[in-house]
Ligand binder design. Sequence first.
Ligand code: DAH
Length: 339
Amino acid sequence: MKEKLDGIRLAALGMIEEARDTSRLNDIRVKYLGKSGEISAIMRDMANVPKEDRPAMGKLVNEMRGEVENALLLKTKTLSRLEEERKLKAEEIDVTLPSGGKKLGTLHPLTLIKKELIEIFAGMGFSVDEGPEIESDLFNFQLLNIPKDHPSRDMQDTFYVNDNIVLRTQTSAMQARIMTTTKPPIRVVVPGKVYRSDDDASHSPIFNQFEGLAIDKHITMGDLQGCLQTFAQKIFSKDTKVRLRPSYFPFTEPSVEVDVTCSMCHGKGCRVCKGTGWVEILGAGIVNPAVLDMCGIDSSIYSGFAFGFGIDRIAMIKYGIPNIKLLYENDVRFLKQFN
Ligand code: DAH
């Protein structure tokens, strides 16, 4: 019995000595001290020891048990401390190391164009204004010489909120707002979102327009042409030419549609300009005297020019973007290209 006890004691202490982690120590504890462990088994066996030997044997077993328990406790302490140290070391962060560098996003192409446009027109003395996207019929249509039930309303597929409120179809609404509240001279551009019930490769139900308005004494079509020429050369290229064609808008008289030489082929004719060498970019004209008078500006003293175009269209022409939807899907593979 005594030899058996010594054997178990040596084996247990040896194993504890060799253990390299706390989970191994736990296994050893179960093997010897657990309910069906070897030392527990010997305790149960005491019943078979002759009565007179029991006190001495019991003492031996208890001593051995105490020794094994102590060894386990000590080794657990040591290994736990080591494990804790190892864990801290692994999680260590050196805050003095240089960072990997942050990846910066890029501005949206529409934002890039808008900023560029504002800079160009600010250089010609225009200020910048913005207005509401939910607009009254009065400013979006009536004060621009488009009365209710007038056929020219069909030029724009309007989202009506109710009979008198619309999602603005054109930034021209801001012309009326500005003219009714500001005394000439006026030189202002208005970038902003507009809405129309229209949807194909070159039309989106939401898009961005850029409006221009200049009112003063003696403003002529020549001023309009010069202003647009400068704008076209700055936004596209120095050799860009501008051409004015007669057109119709209720709020300008006369009205023009404005083409620029194709920036892809420089006027030679290509797929983008459908072989003509010209691309239409905007509508413009001399502010209709009826509009001036309706908005409270004396048309016998003042005249003005106005223009409006799609920022989206400018971006599409300038960057060769084939489908307007690309500007609104926000696919990062597309957006990343405008670094
Ligand atoms: N508002 C017009 C449109 O959305 C564009 C336009 C044409 C604006 C002529 C103007 C203008 O200011 O004079 O189709």
